[in-house]
Design a protein around this ligand. Structure first.
Ligand SMILES: Nc1ncnc2c1ncn2[C@@H]1O[C@H](COP(=O)(O)OP(=O)(O)OP(=O)(O)O)[C@@H](O)[C@H]1O
Ligand SMILES: [Mg+2]
Length: 455
């Protein structure tokens, strides 16, 4: 049975080995994410802890062992499976001393690798859950960047509600920072030294959600090979973050209501009632009131959760925060990757500040990371044409002074990428999401010469 939400990270500089391992992992029903180097791995925003890490020992730059030690130093204790070549014995010895126990020699036997991955994941799921939440709990109000009034209002509410035990319901579009706020509430509460347990109600198949929440006894259902504690139990005396609460099925809602309200429940396959003391923080991007009207969400559960609602505004309603966030992400990446970016061109910043950001802070973060990786000099290079359509719309909102220039840049880059072709599949018009005639008119109006994108 695949383990829900289990992610395996693969770091290997050899693309064929990397993709081979990732394919194998996926074929076993697990999720895989690949990285070509230790630096790339460290720079990637990691929304959740992997179940384990498959690491090539012999990486260029930061080698596997250095990466392991960096992780240990920053408190990340993820099980690591090292893949070694025959000549890596001294390295292997050092790794063993550093506490790594899983070694497989290349060429790796598929069955052996899968078995080791499964062992790593299942043997210590609880510990990982605990460590995962510990590691990420280093988030307080100082880590939340932004000076807009809208964000200040949110933070004021956080400061008011955090010390109480009240249930909080966070509402906001995707990527607005719901999880960041949930962690801040936990970290500002008297529960900060206990667990912050996260449960994504949308990511787990409905059939497994109940046992994830409340746990199960051995043999409670086919596949329940061991007794397992649910997240309510793990979060005892701490906080339970119920993410995507709007995605929880109607059938499970009464049970959840009881657990939230009475702080009691039974593990699947057991009649014994377990009592806990858990602070609930729930989040959703859905309109729960509309769901109640449609009969998809129970009103009683809604009122029980909606004790202290906090609305997190979308990024487009707090554009003042964008430059601060951009600087924050750039300096964070600089520190992590050891690469210096001295400046961000004014025009690039204006494009960023004006883009619509439907994916909010997360989307902005991803765009900056991509730009950072692609930048060769000390000035951040925004690959505007590639980052379309978000940025193109940002360009369209720019003030007229830099607007023409920015628009030219976008169009020229799109034309270059399309080898000068305007129409058809992969043509500049399609790349820019414009009609062919609109693009032709723009080229004419802006006086973009052929020489700027051909030859
Ligand atoms: N104010 C902020 N300052 C710094 N980083 C932020 C801020 N808000 C969000 N982020 C970063 O943006 C990313 C998205 O935030 P988060 O995961 O909390 O959003 P979310 O609302 O839970 O998103 P989703 O709906 O996709 O789950 C994270 O990497 C987070 O660290
Ligand atoms: Mg989230």
């Amino acid at each position: 049975m695949p383990i829900p939400e289990t992610l395996v990270y693969v770091v290997d500089d050899d693309p064929s080995a990397r993709e081979g391992v990732a394919g194998l992992i996926r074929s076993a029903g697990l999720m895989a994410k690949t990285f070509a180097s230790g630096e790339e791995f460290l720079a990637a925003p990691q929304p959740k802890m992997p179940g384990c890490l498959v690491l090539d020992v012999d990486l260029p730059g930061l080698n596997g062992l250095d990466l392991q030690q960096k992780l240990v130093k920053s408190g990340v204790q993820v099980p690591i499976i090292f893949l070694t070549g025959h000549g890596d014995i001294p390295m292997t010895v050092r790794a063993v001393k550093a506490g790594a126990v899983n070694f497989l020699t290349k060429p790796v036997d598929d069955e052996a690798l899968l078995n080791t991955i499964r062992q790593c994941i299942t043997s210590d799921q609880e510990t990982q859950l605990r460590l995962g939440s510990d590691i990420q709990s280093a988030c307080s109000l100082e880590d939340i960047v932004g000076e807009s009034n809208a964000l200040h209002k949110v933070l004021e509410q956080v400061a008011i509600v955090a010390p109480t035990d009240s249930t909080v319901l966070l509402h906001g579009e995707t990527g607005t920072g719901k999880e960041v706020i949930a962690r801040a509430i936990h970290n500002l509460s008297s529960r900060r030294d206990r667990m912050f347990v996260r449960m994504n109600c949308a990511a787990i198949p409905a059939g497994l959600l109940e046992s994830e929440l409340f746990g199960h006894e051995k043999g409670a259902f086919t596949g329940a090979l061991m007794q397992k504690k649910g997240r309510f139990e793990l979060a005892d005396h701490g906080s339970l973050f119920l993410d995507e609460i709007g995605d929880i099925s109607l059938e499970l809602q009464p049970k959840l209501l009881r657990a939230v309200q009475e702080q009691e429940f039974e593990r699947l396959g057991s009649a014994r009632t377990i009592h806990v003391d858990v602070r609930i923080i729930a989040a959703t991007h859905r309109d729960l009131s509309a769901m109640i009207r449609e009969g998809k969400f129970r009103e009683d559960l809604f009122y029980r959760l909606n004790v202290f609602p906090i609305e997190i505004p979308p990024l487009r309603e707090r554009r003042e925060d964008i430059p601060l966030l951009v600087n924050h992400f750039v300096s964070k990446l600089s520190r992590r990757m050891g690469k210096k970016i001295a400046s961000i061109p004014r025009q690039a910043m204006e494009v960023l500040a004006n883009a619509p950001w439907p994916g909010n802070v997360r989307e902005l973060q991803n765009v900056i990371e991509r730009a950072f990786i692609l930048t060769r000099g000390e000035e951040l290079e925004l690959p505007i044409a590639e980052l379309h359509p978000t940025l193109e719309r940002g360009v369209a909102r720019c003030s007229t002074s830099s607007f023409r220039q920015a628009e030219c840049t976008v169009i020229i880059e799109a034309l270059r990428a399309a080898s000068g072709r305007i129409a058809g599949k992969g043509g500049a018009a399609e790349r820019l999401g414009l009609k062919r005639t609109t693009l032709q008119n723009k080229i004419r109006r802006l006086g973009i010469p052929r020489a700027s994108y051909q030859g």
